[in-house]
Write a protein that binds this ligand. Structure first.
Ligand SMILES: Cc1cc2nc3c(=O)[nH]c(=O)nc-3n(C[C@H](O)[C@H](O)[C@H](O)COP(=O)(O)O)c2cc1C
Length: 437
């Protein structure tokens, strides 16, 4: 799995160096050197500053600059926490799992550096329940090795700095990737979102200042600290620096994870990395951020994959889970599949999301089972319009762009399913919807 756009992998170092999951191999290949450098030569604020200067943006979806977030942590409140978001539940995203499985020490080193930078002495990696084998067979061993070699625990490498790292598995829920729901789940409460503000940086885990970052985000930190921000900025664009892992799935010949510089065109990912579309078919639609994205059409294949260009193209980069639909895919079926996912994962806390996803699934089913009318297509539009801006957290908000763009791009397919003249089911869903909203 070579990559011509970067001479050496920044995040997927296991693809260059065999067995880098073993601490001896990791150490023989610059492993834990950034930590040694930081503890010997850098003040905690210097670590935050180099990460700020690198322009590293959060890889969990929102793309918020990591160093800026760390800068929000109040200096004089203790304890503080670092929480690593390893929930990775977005359909089509499977990059954090590869890091944790094959390059775990780079993540652990990134966590230690983050704790040092913000003055936290306790960190947690929160993983989705389905990651039990990854935690049990890979991460746990790596954490134990790091303790044995003095990179975790008391007086790390003979310095004044001490910290503990704990692994925690949730029960498997998409909402627990949302940072405030994750914190509630970590505290042992039901995984439901909290209102913000206060933001976790001020009142996070146990109401104390908390940095919460994605696995991939923190895996970038050791090479940034070791080689500096200018080195990091050789990759990517000015506003979206660095490399990013793109999870490619759907109707391509070679689905998988590909680490590329931010700013690489979508076409490169599909054609060069993914080996093109199965049976040479044409691209019909692209979901760049899994189920949560606005769909873009094949006219956007030359858009570059960075936060700005994707937003300008009417969608978002998110966690960069590119799901590719080709001309053989039924657009209504694909949209229904995503809506069913959101209905299943809606935590139920707010009615626009809980009821909205329920009614969307019902109307999709009605259309696909051959009882749909033209009004039902309009009804789908009404429901998403009512959800937009009205849900408690972004989960409900994520439902809207996929349905909206699916109808906009493929309206003919929806209308082809609107076969019945009038409502064919008793008690029109439309009236019920208006009662609910
Ligand atoms: C419904 C929902 C699900 C999310 N799932 C994840 C996830 O699985 N992993 C993740 O890192 N961020 C996820 N996020 C984003 C987090 O709330 C948060 O922004 C992120 O952990 C911050 O880390 P970063 O700045 O390093 O990206 C999700 C957000 C929402 C609204």
């Amino acid at each position: 799995m070579g990559n011509e756009l970067i001479d050496k992998y920044v995040l997927f170092r296991h693809r260059d160096v065999e067995n880098i999951h073993q601490i001896e191999v990791y150490r023989a290949n610059d492993g834990y050197r950034a930590l040694e450098k930081a503890l010997k030569e850098m003040q905690p604020g210097d670590v935050t500053n180099v990460v700020k200067a690198s322009g590293l943006r959060g890889r969990g979806g929102a793309g918020f600059p990591a160093g800026v977030k760390w800068g929000f942590i109040p200096k004089d409140i203790y304890p503080k926490y670092v929480v690593v978001n390893a929930d990775e539940s977005e359909p089509g995203t499977f990059k954090d799992r590869e890091i944790m499985t094959y390059n775990p020490h780079q993540l652990i080193e990134g966590i230690i550096l983050t704790c040092y930078a913000v003055g936290a002495e306790t960190a947690y990696i929160y993983g989705r329940g389905e990651f039990a084998p990854v935690f049990r067979d890979h991460l746990q061993q790596a954490v134990a090795e790091a303790y044995r070699h003095g990179y975790l625990g008391r007086n790390i490498l003979g310095s004044e700095f001490s910290m503990e790292l704990h692994l925690h598995l949730g029960a498997g829920a998409y909402i627990c990737g949302e940072e405030t729901a994750l914190l509630s789940s970590l505290e042992g409460q039901m995984g439901q979102p909290r209102s913000r503000p206060p933001f976790p940086a001020v009142e996070g885990l146990y109401a104390k200042p908390t940095v919460i970052n994605n696995v991939e985000t923190l895996t970038n930190v050791p090479p940034i600290v070791l080689h500096g921000s200018d080195w990091y900025r050789q990759y990517g664009t000015e506003k979206s620096p660095g490399t990013k892992i793109f999870s490619l799935s759907g109707r391509v010949n070679k689905p998988g994870n590909y680490e590329l510089p931010l700013g690489t065109p979508i076409r490169y990912l599909i054609e060069e990395c993914g080996g093109g579309i199965i049976d040479g078919k044409a691209v019909k639609g692209i979901l760049p951020a899994g189920a949560s994205s606005a769909i873009i059409g094949p006219d956007k294949l030359d858009t570059t994959m960075d936060y700005e260009a994707m937003a300008a193209a009417g969608t978002m980069l998110g966690s960069a889970s590119f799901i590719i639909l080709d001309e053989t895919v039924d657009a209504v079926w694909a949209a229904e599949k995503n809506v069913k996912f959101f209905k299943h994962e809606s935590c139920g806390k707010c009615s626009p999301c809980r009821e909205g996803t329920f009614w969307l699934v019902n109307v999709f089913r009605k259309l696909r089972e051959g009882h749909g009318t033209k009004q039902d297509v309009e009804l789908l539009e009404t429901i998403i319009e009512q959800m937009k801006g009205n849900t408690f957290c972004l989960l409900g908000e994520f439902v809207v762009p996929g349905v909206r763009t699916s109808i906009d791009l493929f309206r003919d397919e929806y209308e082809a399913l609107a076969v019945a003249e009038e409502e064919t089911t008793p008690g029109p869903a439309k009236d019920l919807i208006h009662t609910f909203f």
